[in-house]
Structure formats: C-alpha cells, structure tokens
Design a protein around this ligand. Structure first.
Ligand SMILES: Nc1ncnc2c1ncn2[C@@H]1O[C@H](COP(=O)(O)OP(=O)(O)OP(=O)(O)O)[C@@H](O)[C@H]1O
Ligand SMILES: O=P(O)(O)OC[C@H]1O[C@H](OP(=O)(O)OP(=O)(O)O)[C@H](O)[C@@H]1O
Length: 211
C-alpha cells in the first residue's frame, strides 16, 4: 500500500474531523496527544497527517505534498486552487452572510463599502448582483467594522449567530452554505488511485451511515 499524506486544518475543524478518521478505521492516537507536533503517523495504516492553516491545506494539496486535505468550503471559495473537491463531510457547518447594523439599507443606490476576511467571495457575490462595491480586507473581528463606520456592511461566516447578536448586527442576506470538504490532489488520484479511493469511498460510506 502506497503512503497517503492528509493535510488537516488546524483549529476549529481539528477535533471535529477525528471521529471521521477513526470512523473509517484510521488510528489517530498520535493526533489526539499532539502537543506542539505538526506531523503525525497512523499506527495501523500507511497514512500520515500534517496540521496546517486552512489556506495552506489547499496549497499542500495543490502541489501534491499532501494527497488529501480537509478544509472548509469558505476557504475553497476564497482561494482559486487546482484541486478536486471530493466529499462534503457535513461538519463545520456555517454560512456566508451579509450583515450589518439595523439601519443598513441593502437596496440603497449609494456605493457600499464591505469589510470582510473573504474579499474574493464578497466581490464575486456583489458582482453577480450587478452591484459595484468597495471591499476592505479585514483579518478578524469583522463585526466591529459597521459599528465603527469603517464599512456599511460585512460579509462573514455565521454559525450560531451569537457574535452578530452580541455586537448588535443582523443578517441581511444569506449567501452560501459552508461545511468541511475532503479535497484531493489531481495527480494523486491517478497515481495512487486504489489507496485514494479506499479512503474516499470509506468516508462516503461512513457519512452515509451517519445520516
Ligand atoms: N463559527 C465559525 N467561525 C469560523 N469558521 C467556522 C465556524 N464554524 C465553522 N467554521 C469552519 O472552520 C474553519 C476553520 O475555522 P478557524 O476559526 O479554526 O480558522 P480561521 O478563522 O481560518 O483561522 P484563524 O482563526 O487562525 O485565522 C473555517 O474555514 C470554516 O470552514
Ligand atoms: O455565529 P457564531 O457562532 O457567533 O460564529 C461566527 C464567528 O466566528 C468566526 O470568527 P472566529 O471565531 O473565527 O474569529 P475571527 O473574528 O478572528 O475570525 C466568524 O468570523 C464570526 O465572527
């Protein structure tokens, strides 16, 4: 069996993905006791893992350093990369929304300023609506932008809605559902076909049995 490298997104998705890996029979004991390590080996398969930032999952998979990646649809949409999206894992569920303070008027003809961590997603969304907006890239805590007058509205991820509520913002438009996806390197799918599809098919079966 050829070696398979899987790139996992560090942070929020890290724990959520463990039951999926264990559910398809991959030993994750090293990953569970990780400390500060970033590379892990499964004891019962020829699979190893690397733990990297979301956008770097795409980069490692695009370049074939990782054969498989687990990453949010938000990150896939924001960054155009040459990868195959194979399976919707149904975890890390949230959605892209346009939100702002209650006095925001989405139908105003005035040119709007939109603050976001996702400039490509935001500009594509307003472009398909035929609206010319100014995008301001923010790295986090985006909810502050309309409160302080930096932007008219934000494009951001909403999960529970608590962050919006606690900052006095409301949703004006629901844009796109998001969840974690299993992605694959194009060449690996050909070169390591059997090993890759063994993982992909087991994952699909595991998800099918969960619902
Ligand atoms: N409430 C949420 N906020 C942000 N991301 C979420 C949420 N719920 C699910 N996700 C998913 O989890 C992924 C990882 O989110 P996380 O917050 O760990 O990373 P990040 O925001 O990209 O990184 P960092 O906080 O280090 O900048 C997101 O890309 C998204 O797909
Ligand atoms: O609807 P909720 O459940 O409240 O979740 C949404 C919040 O979570 C994310 O932020 P994150 O925690 O990643 O921090 P950030 O603001 O630094 O991006 C997102 O940007 C929202 O702020």
């Amino acid at each position: 069996m050829r070696h398979i490298q899987i790139a996992l997104t560090k942070g929020r998705l890290e724990k959520a993905v463990l039951p999926f890996l264990e559910g398809i029979g991959i030993d994750c004991s090293e990953l569970k006791e990780k400390g500060r390590k970033l590379v892990f080996h499964s004891k019962n398969t020829n699979i190893s893992f690397i733990l990297v930032k979301a956008v770097d999952v795409l980069t490692y998979v695009e370049h074939g350093v990782a054969d498989i990646g687990i990453v949010g649809k938000d990150v896939i949409m924001e960054n155009e990369k040459e990868i195959y999206e194979m399976v919707d894992l149904g975890i890390g569920r949230c959605r892209f929304c346009v939100a702002s303070i209650p006095s925001y008027d989405p139908s105003s003809y005035k040119k709007k300023t939109i603050a976001t961590k996702y400039p490509n997603v935001a500009s594509a969304y307003f472009r398909q609506k035929g609206e010319d907006v100014e995008i301001i890239k923010i790295e986090g805590s985006v909810e502050i932008a309309p409160i302080l007058g930096l932007a008219d509205a934000i494009v951001d991820i909403v999960e529970t809605g608590v962050t919006l509520r606690e900052n006095g913002l409301i949703i004006f438009e629901e844009m796109h559902d998001i969840s974690a996806r299993l992605i694959a390197n194009k060449a690996s799918l050909k070169m390591k076909k059997d090993e890759m599809f063994a993982v992909i098919e087991k994952m699909e079966e595991y998800i099918g049995n969960r619902v």
